[in-house]
Design a protein around this ligand. Structure first.
Ligand SMILES: Cc1ncc(COP(=O)(O)O)c(C=O)c1O
Length: 394
């Protein structure tokens, strides 16, 4: 089968994304060959997991092949089964819903807040039914959902919370690390994220002690492999449902290089985020566009920067104009509640007041660790020109 390459960024003066590199990735990865340990649970896996456990204050951390795998792992850990319901925003990546749907859950979508594009926490309570098993807040762009409210509702109803922190490594909410607040937190180390384990990768943070043993069985193909290697049982056997959710040590070595530099990477990305904010302030003040609000108490990691223009038609012309100026941009999720599978496998609780309208006018601008100030200035100048011309032509 002939496949189209997914990324054509190289032809752009300012590509939308370039994977993060810090220079030590290959040396660490090569050291796995010398150590002759390549598979999961190797020395780099343990180093990364220990460092991430400390960062998140988690009871356990498990490196996985992707955030998608971590979401599936969460569904298995929580024993999601047919008839259960899982609440989440419609404005999210397919995997957030698909992972729970795989095990038979009905997905209950709720609307978002237009200021952050995060789930509207005031709609959660009304979406709960006796079948609700989990709530999945998605921290869009590494900016926190209103977790105090979400956790209080979940606790009151005895429902689990799985934080989709795919974008959110290093972000905090009222000084607490995102992904370390719910019962489980999941992260992505895909090449588009702040740090990568070599293209694909993820993490499951287990924050509830009672789920730790279950997580270990689930990720080891449903076996008690860890108990066996610790000498707790004399046989290693099938003890429950699970799958293969380990990251190879080569990928963990790659990740270790970047994890060691997480602060520097997030600082530069946040600086670029702030530069966009300042450069585009006049366009915001003249109501040509809007940008993401960062609510009080949220410290973000500079994962992405978006603008919102008048409507979808204007977004198409901005994309075309920027493309001609050598700038690659990207819109984001198509709302899941209106997708083919979403209509069949889920339902919308309440109204779609903001999800469709806001997602159709959202456009992400280039933002990556290696981006230069000059590249960013070029993007801002091009946007400024677009809106000046749009003004003069009415
Ligand atoms: C919110 C969200 N959750 C989950 C994922 C899946 O991540 P991965 O590609 O690591 O499976 C993504 C992907 O970008 C995402 O945006």
């Amino acid at each position: 089968m002939a496949l189209q390459p997914p990324h054509g960024s190289n032809s752009f003066q300012v590509p939308f994304n370039k994977p993060t590199t810090v220079g030590t990735e290959l040396a660490y990865a090569e050291s796995c060959l010398h150590a002759e340990v390549l598979s999961g649970d190797g020395p780099y896996c343990l180093k990364c997991e220990s460092s991430l456990r400390t960062l998140l204050g988690a009871a356990a951390t498990c490196l996985t092949p992707s955030c998608t795998a971590s979401l599936e792992m969460s569904a298995l850990m929580l024993g999601i089964s047919p008839g259960d319901e899982v609440i989440m925003p419609s404005f999210t990546f397919v995997s957030t819903a698909n992972a729970f749907s795989l095990f038979g859950a009905k997905i209950v979508f709720i609307d978002i807040r237009p200021d952050t594009m995060n789930m509207d926490e005031s709609l959660v309570e009304a979406a709960i039914t006796p079948r609700t098993k989990a709530i999945v807040p998605v921290h869009y762009g590494g900016v926190a959902c209103e977790m105090d409210t979400v956790m209080a509702i979940a606790c009151h109803h005895g429902i689990a919370v799985v934080e989709d922190a795919a974008h959110a490594i290093g972000s905090t909410y009222r000084s607490r690390p995102l992904g370390g607040i719910g019962d489980v937190g999941v992260f992505s180390f895909h090449e588009t994220k702040n740090i990568t384990s070599g293209g694909e990768g993820g993490l499951t943070a287990v924050n509830r002690d009672s789920l730790v043993e279950r997580a270990d069985i689930v990720r080891h193909k449903g076996t008690n492999r860890t108990a066996f290697f610790q000498g707790d049982v004399d046989r290693y056997t099938w003890v429950g449902r699970g799958s293969s959710y380990l990251m190879s040590d080569v990928n963990a070595a790659f990740l270790w290089a970047q994890l060691s530099e997480l602060d520097r990477i997030n600082r530069r990305r946040s600086e670029l985020h702030e530069r966009y904010r300042q450069a585009l302030a006049p366009l915001v003040a003249s109501e040509k566009l809007q940008i993401q609000d960062i609510p009080e108490g949220c410290r973000h990691n500079g994962h992405l920067f978006y603008i919102k223009v008048r409507d979808e038609a204007e977004r198409s012309s901005v994309i075309a104009f920027l493309r001609k100026a050598g700038v690659e941009t990207a819109f984001h999720y198509v709302p899941l509640h209106s997708s083919k599978a979403g209509r069949k496998l889920g339902r919308l609780a309440g109204e779609d007041k903001f999800t469709s309208v806001e997602s159709a006018r959202l456009l992400r601008l280039p933002l990556f660790f290696g981006m230069t100030d000059q590249q960013q200035d070029h993007v801002c100048a091009a946007l400024e020109t677009y809106f000046r011309n749009a003004n003069s032509t009415g």
